[in-house]
Write a protein that binds this ligand. Structure first.
Ligand SMILES: [Zn+2]
Length: 155
């Protein structure tokens, strides 16, 4: 009887995808859960598998491909690993964005951007318009502070 009650928590308007039913039954055991309503099954497009870069290997790089129903590792042999990865990314085949290297990124980092509440009316150092006292604005500069609209400061 108890089991039947639990199964009754799961609404059966839609069928469920493979292997999901046992998981739903597990969720149904929770007293906090009143009912479980599986939505309609939406077919996944298998035309464009999602391919992501995993890591470099001794011989090239390892990719991970997902098509919505399965996952597959793909090993690419390429002597020029970095260049090959950049090509794959540039072609839009692999989802990968270059990471900023720590040291140069720090040197090129913009001046610290702090958000402050303006004590009085200030002129935006970027667009030249007046910013009212009490509004939030970006504080720029290391020694002598200047202020700007937060949107202007990000440009
Ligand atoms: Zn501005």
């Amino acid at each position: 009887m108890q089991l039947k009650y639990r199964a009754g928590k799961i609404k059966r308007e839609h069928s469920v995808i493979e292997n999901l039913w046992p998981v739903l039954e597990q969720i149904a055991e929770c007293d906090l859960v009143t009912s479980i309503i599986p939505g309609p099954i939406r077919p996944l497009s298998t035309q464009n598998p999602e391919v992501t870069f995993q890591r470099f290997t001794d011989t090239g790089l390892r990719l991970l491909a997902k098509n919505g129903t399965a996952v597959q590792e793909v090993y690419i042999v390429a002597p020029e690993k970095q260049a090959a990865l950049e090509w794959l990314a540039a072609e839009g085949i692999v989802d990968w964005k270059p990471k900023c290297k720590a040291a140069p990124a720090r040197r090129q980092a913009p001046e610290p951007l702090k958000t402050v509440t303006l004590p009085s009316d200030m002129t935006c150092s970027v667009c030249g318009r007046v910013m009212r006292a009490g509004t939030r604005a970006a504080q720029l500069g290391r020694k002598r502070f200047v202020y700007a609209h937060r949107r202007c400061a990000r440009k």
